[in-house]
Each structure stands twice: as C-alpha cells, then as structure tokens.
Design a protein around this ligand. Structure first.
Ligand SMILES: Cc1cc2nc3c(=O)[nH]c(=O)nc-3n(C[C@H](O)[C@H](O)[C@H](O)COP(=O)(O)OP(=O)(O)OC[C@H]3O[C@@H](n4cnc5c(N)ncnc54)[C@H](O)[C@@H]3O)c2cc1C
Length: 380
C-alpha cells in the first residue's frame, strides 16, 4: 500500500525532475564536487525549470506546488548522486521563513529571484562557539531608528559562498531571556559590514559550499526583520520540523541508493573489482539492511503525510531524524565492508553518498539533541 498518494501531476513532475538530473546534474556533478561548489549557472537552470522553491505561490512566480514537489526534487537530487543539500536547504528549509514571516514588500522583492535561482539563500544560526545551544548565540542585532546594526560571526553556513541573501538569527543584547531576545533578519550580500569567510573543506557534501560569515557594524533596514521583534525563537521551533524531516529524507534516499547499488553488485557478482562472496553472511547482512530501509521508508513517508496534514509530530520527527540518519551511517559502513577494497576507492559509487550521509546525524540538530527533545516531550 502506498503511504503517500502522489497525484498524476506529481508523477509527471518527478519524471521531469529525473530527466533534468540525468541531463544537467549527472554529467557535471563530479566537476562540482572537485570545485566544492555548485555553480550559479546550475542554480539558474534549476530555476528556469521551476525546480526551486516549488511550494511558493504562483503569485511570486513559483510553481504553487506542495511539500511533495520539494520531496521529489530532494529524492531525485540524491538519486543523481548529488547529495549537496544546497538546493533543498534553499527551497524547503530557508525560503519557508521568508514565505511565512517576511513583509509583503520583501516577499515581492526577494521571492521571485529565489524561484529563478538568481537569489541564492543561506540560513545563519550556528556560531564558532554555539551549535546546539541556540539560546547562547552572541551575534547581536541592535534596532535603532529605521535601522538594525548587526555584529558577530557565523560558521558552517550552507550556501554561504553562493549566497545573495542571508536569513540571520541574532539577539538583542538588552534582552536577558533568550526566548524573547532572538529575532530573524534578512541581510543582503553587498551590504557594508557583511563579509564572507573562507569556503570550508568538508569530508563530504563537497558540491555544497559551506562557509563562515562575518558582520561588523552591518546596517540593514528595520523592515528586513521577519515578523515581530523577539519572536525568532517561535519561528525556529516552527520551521525546524520541516528541516528535520528533509534531513531524514536525504539520509533515507542515500541509504536506498547505497543499498540498491550494493545489491545489484552482489547479484551480478562481476563488474568492477573483485566479486562479493555469495556467502550466507553477506546474504543475511543484505536482508537485514533491506529490512531497515523498508522500516525507515515506511516511517518517513508516514511523517511526510502527517507533516502536510499539520499534525503534531515533534516526537516522531525527532525519532525519524536520529534513527534514519544513524541507520544510513551504519548501512554505508556495512556495505563498504562487504565490498572490500573497491569501496575504499573514491570512484566507488557508494563512497560519495556514504560520506555525504555521514554529516546528517550532526546537521539540523544533532541526534543527541533529537533524543533530548523526545525525552522532554515524552515526559521522561
Ligand atoms: C554539513 C553541515 C551543514 C550545516 N549547515 C548549517 C547552516 O546552513 N546554518 C547553520 O546555522 N548551521 C549549519 N550547520 C551547523 C549545525 O547546525 C551544527 O553543527 C549543529 O547544530 C550542532 O552544533 P555543533 O556542531 O557546534 O555541536 P555542539 O552543539 O558543540 O555539540 C557537540 C556534541 O555535544 C552534543 N551535545 C550538545 N548539547 C547537548 C545536550 N544538551 N545534550 C546531549 N548532547 C549534547 C552534541 O550532540 C554533539 O555530539 C551545518 C552543519 C553541518 C555539518
């Protein structure tokens, strides 16, 4: 039984996305991995084909689709062996803040470019001394007259180098209670006092650029604040759920990709390198992994449906994020052991998705934080 009921339009959209990936992503992805960035031209091509910000309304030039369109683009990116979270982060993790909380004037100003790929977004929360403990961020935003003065630095920012528009989390230093101190602002690249740092060379997710960002007396218009002052915490809590579902989804699709490839290799028992021994130990390992993948897929698809129905799934989302990302990490390692020395070569097809999936237990709230959330909401 299908858990997600994709419409005919969704199926056609997937076919279009798959064709696009085949023609425009797959032939170039190795080069982007080497350059450690997805070029702006590729973002624009995705925009031209209406593959970015798919859930944004037609009023701003968007596809006017639903969350399933974003799910499809994310899955097909992973299946094209391009796990760079860049477009998914832009379209379905960052844009929702602008779409839900920006003023109408700013939506009209920014959303059309975000949809066409001319404006690439980044989300800046993490700081050199603050990761999980969001309440401890030290980047300040002081509102004075019609302006906001920003000071501080951010690190590990996805799309940081490519970014034209940063959704920035900052605090009012005059407000003691962190719940009331945090606000979210839009900062445009080119604003005096905003500088980008170096591109960080991660162990995986190579074609997703990641960087530091610095703000020194950076002045932005007050109208660039999202929603009311001091309401940033609530916005984060609202939007982090979708980010965690998508992180679980990327892990899920990576696990499926790695297992499918390993199964085929095992069945063919030929091709590159040495054959995998057809022992019962290997057969049982594959069966166990296929079971994990089935359980994970059933769980994530159910959550996608419930997320779209606006159900309260805080506990289940955190469970899926930690369990599926951990499962993908273990599965990649197991497949690598089974394939032997061939899997130690960079060009072995399971290496990239495995290294990419390895960051997922850390990204979007670490798995320990997921367990802390589950414990809290279970009343433990
Ligand atoms: C590939 C990648 C892309 C990223 N992109 C972005 C981005 O675009 N924007 C952005 O703002 N950030 C981004 N991040 C940063 C990410 O959000 C942080 O890495 C994450 O929040 C964890 O913070 P940390 O790494 O500083 O770990 P820390 O918070 O320092 O934690 C270190 C260890 O302590 C554990 N720990 C911490 N607190 C607790 C607790 N209360 N209970 C139990 N254990 C705890 C953690 O689980 C972890 O194991 C990205 C990270 C990665 C890896």
């Amino acid at each position: 039984m299908e858990i997600i009921h994709y419409s005919k339009a969704h199926h056609q959209f997937r076919e279009k996305v798959r064709n696009f990936m085949r023609k425009e992503i797959t032939p170039n992805i190795d080069q982007w991995e080497k350059e450690r960035i997805m070029p702006r031209s590729a973002w624009k091509r995705m925009g031209e084909e209406k593959l970015l910000c798919t859930s944004v309304s037609k009023e701003y030039g968007g596809l006017g689709g639903d969350f399933l369109n974003g799910v499809i683009v994310t899955e097909e990116l992973v299946r094209a062996n391009h796990n760079g979270l860049g477009p998914t982060a832009h379209s379905d993790m960052i844009i929702p803040y602008i779409d839900s909380f920006a003023s109408e004037k700013n939506k009209k100003k920014f959303l059309p470019g975000c949809i066409t790929g001319e404006i690439i977004t980044a989300f800046a929360m993490t700081e050199p001394d603050t990761g999980s403990d969001i309440a401890s961020i030290t980047t300040t935003a002081v509102e004075t007259g019609d302006e906001v003065i920003i000071n501080g630095s951010k690190i590990f920012i996805t799309n940081g180098i490519n970014s034209d528009l940063v959704v920035l989390v900052a605090r009012d230093p005059a407000v003691k209670d962190s719940n009331d101190a945090i606000s979210i602002y839009l900062v445009e690249t080119g604003t005096p006092g905003f500088e980008k740092g170096q591109k960080l060379n991660k162990m995986g997710l190579h074609s997703q650029d990641t960087s530091e960002l610095f703000f020194s007396n950076c002045r932005i218009p007050k109208e660039n604040r999202l929603g009311e002052k001091g309401k940033g915490w609530g916005m984060l809590m609202e939007k982090l759920q979708q980010e965690r579902i998508l992180t679980a989804l990327v892990s899920m699709a990576s696990a499926e990709y790695i297992l499918d490839w390993t199964m085929e290799y095992f069945k063919e028992n030929s091709g590159h390198g040495k054959p995998v021994p057809k022992s019962q130990a290997n057969q049982f390992a594959l069966v166990e992994m296929a079971t994990d993948v089935k359980i994970g897929r059933t769980f994530i698809d159910k959550l996608i449906v419930e997320h779209m129905e606006d159900k309260n799934i805080i506990i289940e989302t955190s469970m899926a994020k930690y369990w599926i990302s951990e499962m993908a990490k273990q599965l990649g390692g197991r497949c690598m052991d089974m394939l032997g020395e061939y899997a130690t070569l960079e060009n072995c097809p399971i290496v990239r998705p495995w290294l990419d999936a390895r960051s997922m237990p850390i990204f979007a709230g670490t798995n320990e934080i997921m367990k802390a959330i589950i414990g809290k909401f279970m009343g433990l």
